[in-house]
Every structure is written in C-alpha cells, then in structure tokens.
Write a protein that binds this ligand. Structure first.
Ligand code: DX5
Ligand code: ZN
Length: 222
C-alpha cells in the first residue's frame, strides 16, 4: 500500500499567522498544502486570490495543492500557476469543457486534478482519467470547513479507486471535508491515499499539536 499523504487545509489556519502556520505544518510532516479558493458564486464563501498564494509560497517547499471552487475557471488558471501552484484541481461541475480546462492546466506545466461535489457520480471522470494526476472527492458540500462527513461518499471512493487501478496510471485519490481519525480510516479502507484536513489539524489552540495530529491521521490505516 502506498504511503498516505496528508494535505492540511489552510482554510482553518490562523490567517494573521499564515506564514508561520505553513512552516509549522511543513515541519510537522505535511505532504501538501491544501489551498481552498472560493468565489462566492460556485460556492457560498470567499477566500484567497493569487496574491495571497504568492505571498505564502516562500514559507515552504512542499507542493501547493490548489483547490479551485470558482466558476468560470479557465481565465484564472495562469495566475494561480504564476502564484506558485503545483497541483490545480477544478470542479467538473464548474466548467462546461472539462477536458479543455485540464489541458490548459497541463500546458502550464503543473499537475491537474478534478473534484466532484457529493451529488456528482464517479462516472463523470470516465473520459478524463487518462489526463488527470489527482481526483478529489468532496466528502462535504464545498464552501466551509468544519462540516460533517457524508458517509455515502465512501461508495464513490471505492468506485473511483477501481477506475484508477484499472487505468494503471499514478493518480492521487484525495478526500476533502469532515476528515478526522475515524473518517480517515473509512476513506483509506475505501481506497483514498491523500487526506485533506482543516479543522482536525488547525482546530486546536497550539502549533505544538500539529505533528501528532498529522501522524494520527496518517496512521489511521494501521
Ligand atoms: C471545503 C474545503 C475543505 C475544508 C475542509 O469546501 O474544500 O478543504 O477546508 O475542512 P474540514 O477538514 O474542517 O472539513
Ligand atoms: Zn478543499
């Protein structure tokens, strides 16, 4: 079994302390920094523009896993690449021409991912699995941290794991929303290998807890 990767979502970090929080999760063993970009249109919340991402880039060398919850998306890809994204994930529901959007991302020299909201079936990925580097299964409705995990998504994770294995390609299967030690265990058993966690990592009051929280999530498969 491949190593479980942990991607702390900085949506739950202390924004007045963002650079330090990013250094702290890097030291604590995080594999990716998960950055939730929201537009107040595709999802009912607003977060980071490229300028914020550019300003935090110097605090770590680990990949920036940028989750774009924006619609339209194509015209913003270049600015997120320039700001320092390593992986750009878009929503299948937010672009009419998903194949074109993914090729736009690839053409900029970064990895591309597709995310599905809870009501979108696994087969939405069928004709893009030959291009994607990452699939992101939303295990809550996107827009906010701290929501409750939707158990029905476990079946979708299993279906996508089977599709990925059949493809023979190296594709991250990431889950996002309501991930804690208990739900992490279920997601890993269903086939996920990258866990996004916001409140489960940043939800406490001290950076000293980050290493333990990250290793507990990673160890949820043992
Ligand atoms: C929700 C975001 C998530 C969010 C997860 O739309 O995509 O990345 O930060 O937060 P938790 O882990 O608190 O559910
Ligand atoms: Zn996210």
């Amino acid at each position: 079994m491949s190593k479980i990767k942990i991607a702390p979502s900085i949506l739950s970090a202390d924004f007045s302390f963002l650079g330090n929080d990013i250094s702290a999760i890097t030291k604590a063993g995080a594999d990716y920094v998960h950055i939730d970009v929201m537009d107040g249109h595709f999802v009912p919340n607003l977060t980071f523009g490229p300028v914020v991402i550019q300003s935090i880039r110097r605090f770590t060398k680990i990949p920036f896993d940028v989750h774009l919850m924006i619609e339209p998306v194509d015209q913003f890809i270049e600015s997120y690449v320039k700001a320092g994204a390593d992986i750009i994930t878009v929503h299948a529901e937010a672009t009419k021409h998903l194949d074109r959007t993914l090729n736009l991302i690839k053409a900029k020299g970064v990895k591309c991912g597709v995310s599905l909201v809870p009501s979108t079936p696994a087969w939405a990925l069928e004709y893009v699995l030959d291009i994607v580097d990452l699939v992101l299964v939303m295990t809550v409705n996107p827009g906010f941290g701290g929501q409750k995990f939707i158990p029905a998504q476990l079946k979708k994770i299993q279906q996508i794991r089977a599709m990925i294995n059949k493809s023979g390609r190296q594709i991250d299967l990431e889950v996002d929303g309501g991930i804690n030690v208990e739900t992490a265990k279920a997601c890993i058993a269903a086939g996920a290998d990258v866990l996004v966690a916001g409140s489960a990592i940043f939800g406490g009051d001290t950076v000293k807890d980050y290493p333990l929280r990250i290793s507990q999530l990673r160890g949820a498969n043992s």
